[in-house]
Design a protein around this ligand. Sequence first.
Ligand code: 25A
Ligand code: L14
Length: 339
Amino acid sequence: MLKKKERYVVAVLGATGAVGNEMIATLEAREFPIAKLRLFASERSEGRTLEFEGSEMPVETLKEDSFKGIDIALFSAGAERSKIWAPVAAKSGCVVIDNSSQWRMDPEVPLVVPEVNADELKRHKGIIANPNCSTIQMVVVLKPIHDAAKVRRVVVTTFQAVSGTGKKAMDELLQQTTDLLNFREVKCAVYPHQIAFNCLPHIDKFLENGYTKEEMKMVNETKKIMGDYSIRVTATTVRVPVFRGHSESVNIETERKLTANAARAALAGAPGVVVYDAPEKNIYPLAIDCAGKDETYVGRIREDETIENGLNLWVVSDNLRKGAALNAVQIAEKLIETT
Ligand code: 25A
Ligand code: L14
């Protein structure tokens, strides 16, 4: 278990990936009290260095005893690696904050968004799960509405950036766009169809019930984070040709009536949320504006006129920040604050 220290030895696993890079930048920007930073990736990256606080840090490969002396490890190297290495790390006394989907629904593992359920951190046994990016930005906004009027049902459609899939997907969008503009043939490797100038109603793999795994993550993780299994959630997750920033159309049915103005007031006072909603001036959240920002932006706040107690919202956040790296670092901050 974590001991109180002045400064901590911190590791980033998957350091060369899109999320790993953002984790390093976030630790530096937020001045996390680091005694030493250790960076890990696969053999492919051995010999590479990455910059942290002005010095070049070597990228190492993992070995059985790699976690010795490490206090906190941020994992973002995919579910397979987390499955193998998180228990190894936890056993050697290191606290793992895991970005993959591997441990999220394990009842022993807290699934944490600090603005929503920081209390859950108390019961960790060495592994803490960081939720799915689309879910994080949605629950940050659902929480104040739930507190004010009790959320009963959510219908969400997402418009997700390619950076969630990693660097190779960002390269594919760029390559396809330039190829198309130069009348060249398009190649698809990361996604099953062309993503440039297109929308794919397909994120992560298809499950037996016809939904994608990404859609079911939103359903199941929302209930666990909100601590209320009576909330019904249904999702359609869509990949769009955007590099950074997920957008979501969220329809919410509540138990008690919440007017659009009351919802706006509840959201305006919520941690991590910015109300950005002045349609008469063409002001609403946009992925290109939210990229590189920490907050979750909400606009287009309207009452759903087809039901008694309903709201429609447009929610945007940077999927690599609040959706991944920032939330993980905020968990680490809470952890050392309460240790
Ligand atoms: O399984 P999941 O949970 O569904 O996650 C799948 C993927 O989603 C991303 C992440 O991709 C992950 O691999 N991801 C994870 N959590 C996320 C979240 N919360 C998330 N995305 C959004 N939100 P990624 O590309 O961002 O990061 C991959 C990182 O993992 C490192 N890695 C891989 N195997 C490892 C390992 N680290 C330690 N031990 C291992 N055994 C990986 O390092 C990367 O940092 P790397 O050295 O393999 O990659 C270095 C560069 O090479 C490129 N690359 C990747 N795969 C290939 C490749 N090049 C050629 N061939 C390949 N097959 C990468 O682009 C990277 O820049
Ligand atoms: O965190 O956008 O479960 O392709 C894995 C797939 C994050 C998004 C997760 C994508 C996701 C990712």
